[in-house]
Ligand binder design. Structure first.
Ligand SMILES: Cc1cc2nc3c(=O)[nH]c(=O)nc-3n(C[C@H](O)[C@H](O)[C@H](O)COP(=O)(O)OP(=O)(O)OC[C@H]3O[C@@H](n4cnc5c(N)ncnc54)[C@H](O)[C@@H]3O)c2cc1C
Length: 402
């Protein structure tokens, strides 16, 4: 198989590159916003970077380059898998970050496409594509991360609204978001997976309070989010009451694939440049590490194509997303370690991009599901190994000791 561009793909790449060169900020330019998640930013700078990201998404939409693979009725171009990948590859050369839109584009939108009513799709998809809505994912809780179905935030129906009380945590960009995707318990009398409902909630709702958490990188893009009698209209339920677990699977699979696809966070040629600058490109151990990094990044690229193909053929993303997620975590950790060895004592300085990558590699590994959980998925769904023993199977949630 030949993975090079066909003449038509090469023409598409040239068109995309020309548009990006004319419109996108260069890396390191004053207009760049690829340092969205870098440490130590003031909240003013963070908001300014978020505004630039919104403006960029609007520009992409106006130019016909946003959400290329969406159907035309929602503003896409029905672009092929390969075209979408080509555009992402080209875009990653510029001073752009998609991170603030990840929950909107890679979680809320695919979930809406699969589960939303026509009205919900009309209401949200176009504004998402145009960068008008930033979403946050409000799933994890202090006692429910890997065991997400054990969550305790409750939503109680009161006529046409649900009243929500509880606490979420690790909610990326919740303090900057307009809307949240929320998983809450609506029935405690059934086993834990069966009593959950998936909502869209406005982040400026009364009683909803996201509070940023400072991380070891110095950044504070995570939040703990409190719900105190937050009222959500019943029309904001996605996919049916008590059907939230099935709906959330669409979100989680898309999230894993998106986190896995973030290979652009490690630019192997930049690592090669660093080895050359440090005069160590001839060292056999360094050459070995660079070759391994290159091989891993190519494997990830091809896995990414497989995931995009599944998406473009309308197939749900399956456990291959777990392989990508796992491998991406290893890739970021190993390349960061190589960079730190090349930098030596200089690596102690906190303003180097590789230092930020090193201390934030845990984020990429854990976010979207830990390595152990990905291995469980691979063991059970790909290798056909026996399922993990579950002590809570068939037991109503209210009878569990949580
Ligand atoms: C960068 C980043 C971004 C995130 N963004 C969001 C967000 O926007 N919204 C949101 O809701 N959440 C978010 N999270 C939270 C994330 O989904 C959870 O951290 C993750 O699911 C793990 O849950 P936990 O932290 O509670 O760890 P736990 O589930 O408590 O796990 C602790 C340890 O036990 C292991 N473990 C647990 N269960 C098993 C098992 N069955 N078998 C083997 N080992 C097991 C885990 O692998 C881990 O090593 C984010 C996290 C990160 C790091």
């Amino acid at each position: 198989m030949d993975f090079g561009d066909t003449p038509a793909e090469a023409a598409f790449r040239a068109e995309a590159r020309a548009w990006l060169e004319a419109n996108a900020p260069a890396k390191g330019s004053p207009e760049a916003f690829d340092h969205m998640s870098s440490p130590g930013k003031s909240s003013e700078l963070e908001r300014a970077l978020a505004d630039r990201a919104r403006a960029w998404q609007a520009k992409l939409a106006a130019g016909g380059w946003a959400c290329l693979d969406w159907p035309p009725e929602y503003g896409g171009r029905n672009a092929s898998t390969v075209e979408s990948i080509i555009f992402e590859e080209e875009q990653s050369r510029f001073g752009i970050s998609r991170s603030i839109f990840m929950a909107a584009l890679d979680m809320a939108a695919p979930t809406l496409m699969a589960w939303g009513t026509d009205e919900q799709k009309k209401r949200f998809l176009n504004p998402i594509r145009q960068g008008e809505i930033v979403f946050a994912q409000l799933f994890s809780e202090p006692n429910a991360g890997s065991d997400l179905a054990g969550l305790q935030t409750r939503a109680v129906r009161d006529g046409d609204v649900f009243v929500v009380n509880g606490q979420k945590v690790w909610n990326s960009y919740a303090h900057l978001a307009d809307w949240g995707i929320l998983l809450a318990r609506t029935n405690s009398d059934v086993p834990k997976h069966q009593g959950l409902t998936y909502f869209f909630v406005e982040m400026d709702s009364e009683g909803l309070d996201p509070r940023p958490l400072r991380q070891m990188t110095g950044g504070a893009e995570f939040n703990e989010t409190f719900f105190d009698n937050v009222r959500i209209p019943a029309e904001n339920v996605i996919g049916g009451v008590n059907n939230g677990w099935a709906v959330a699977q669409t979100t989680l699979n898309s999230e894993r694939a998106a986190v896995g696809a973030q290979t652009s966070v490690v630019d192997v040629p930049t690592l090669v440049d660093l080895a050359q600058k440090k005069g160590q490109a001839g060292d056999p151990a360094v050459r070995q590490a660079l070759a391994e990094a290159w091989i891993r990044s190519e494997v990830l690229r091809y896995l990414g194509m497989r995931v995009y193909t599944a998406l473009s053929q309308g197939t749900e993303i399956g456990p291959e997303a777990s392989i990508m997620k796992l491998l991406t975590g290893d890739h970021i950790r190993n390349t960061s370690q190589t960079a730190m060895e090349l930098l030596g004592p200089e690596g102690m300085l906190n303003d180097d991009v590789w230092v930020t990558r090193m201390v934030s590699h845990f984020a990429h590994t854990i976010g979207g599901g830990t390595p152990e959980i990905q291995r469980n998925v691979i063991g059970e769904r790909i290798l056909g190994l026996p399922r993990e023993p579950r002590a809570d199977k068939g037991i109503p949630f209210r009878d569990l000791k949580v």
